[in-house]
Design a binder for this molecule. Structure first.
Ligand SMILES: CC(C)(COP(=O)([O-])OP(=O)([O-])OC[C@H]1O[C@@H](n2cnc3c(N)ncnc32)[C@H](O)[C@@H]1OP(=O)([O-])[O-])[C@@H](O)C(=O)NCCC(=O)NCCSC(=O)C[C@@](C)(O)CC(=O)[O-]
Length: 279
């Protein structure tokens, strides 16, 4: 009884609380379930106190996670199952291929496609990224290494981006005589400003993690190899909050950014979608 009282007293000590939260922060996550949606896309659900944190893992080493038709289907099915399941609270998107997040569209497969097949593919990729952006729960892209072309466009569709210092981010499409067709021309300027986005897209320049942080392209840049840990730390903070409040906050921010502030607040207060004026 005396020992119990002493233990509960020490639990109230701020130093002990801080040590516990430090331990909690660095405790590695336990994966409870791995679902293989396609050969190159795996869905992991973390367990124990991380229950609610889900992770999409890109795993196509032969092409540095370049997205072809099969991988795109896997991604679409995965995102749909995440959106359907009320137990999912936060989604991380990461790569199990060293030194790369995603190399963009599969350019080898592209060579085998007819012009109309290319058009269909790019439309589907764009829709998949819009679906990702509109997912009802927060999403975090975990970027170690290259996130290029469609790979960066996927990360831009997430709510947060965490990268390692070794990251290489860019939209090199104009060098291939195409444009970033999966939303990069729209999402990059909204994040870093019109002029910086134009410079990056016109020149195809690739930036490292530190530069990406300084231009607001990522939320955090951490030492190489630590992006996953940082993302998990943030996912854990989100996971402790009220899930309905988090979903509503995401809707309010995303919906409100499209309209002027008064319309955004009115729509939120009346629990309706904003009335968009004009096109
Ligand atoms: C990622 C690094 C830095 C790794 O650089 P690295 O580690 O030096 O690896 P690598 O360059 O030796 O590549 C390893 C293997 O991955 C393949 N690979 C690599 N990337 C792709 C790809 N995209 N498509 C298909 N295969 C790819 C590459 O061909 C090679 O295959 P192998 O020769 O061993 O058989 C380098 O490989 C690289 O720079 N890749 C190209 C990145 C790029 O240009 N991405 C833009 C693609 S276009 C796009 O995304 C268009 C889009 C989505 O916006 C709109 C649209 O669809 O039209």
């Amino acid at each position: 009884m005396v020992a119990f009282a002493a233990a509960s007293k020490s639990l109230k000590n701020p130093n002990v609380q801080s040590a516990i939260s430090h331990l909690f922060r660095f405790q590695s996550a336990r994966t409870l379930l791995v679902q293989s949606v396609s050969e190159s896309v795996k869905l992991q659900k973390l367990g124990d106190f991380d229950s609610g944190i889900w992770e999409v893992n890109l795993e196509r080493p032969s092409s540095k996670n370049a997205i072809g038709r099969d991988m795109l289907r896997g991604l679409q099915h995965t995102l749909e199952s995440v959106n359907r399941d009320q137990t999912a609270k936060v989604l991380m998107i990461s790569s199990s291929v060293p030194k790369v997040f995603c190399a963009g569209a599969d350019l080898k497969e592209r060579k085998t496609m007819s012009p109309s097949e290319v058009l269909d593919f790019v439309n589907s990729l764009r829709s998949a990224f819009s679906y990702l952006e509109a997912l009802c729960i927060p999403t975090i892209a975990v970027i170690e290494g290259a996130a290029l072309g469609g790979g960066l466009e996927m990360a831009l569709s997430c709510d947060l981006r965490i990268c390692g210092e070794n990251a290489l981010l860019g939209l090199p499409e104009t060098g291939l005589a195409i444009i970033p067709g999966a939303g990069g021309t729209q999402r990059l300027p909204r994040l870093v400003g019109k002029s910086t986005a134009k410079e990056l897209i016109f020149t195809g320049r690739k930036v490292d993690g530190k530069d990406a942080l300084s231009m607001g392209l990522v939320n955090h840049c951490v030492p190489a190899g630590e992006a996953h840990l940082k993302a998990l730390e943030i996912a854990r903070f989100i996971n402790q909050k009220g899930p309905v409040a988090i979903r509503m906050a995401k809707r309010a921010i995303d919906g409100g950014m499209e309209v002027d502030i008064d319309s955004g607040l009115a729509a939120f207060a009346e629990k309706r979608k904003p009335n968009y004026k004009g096109r």
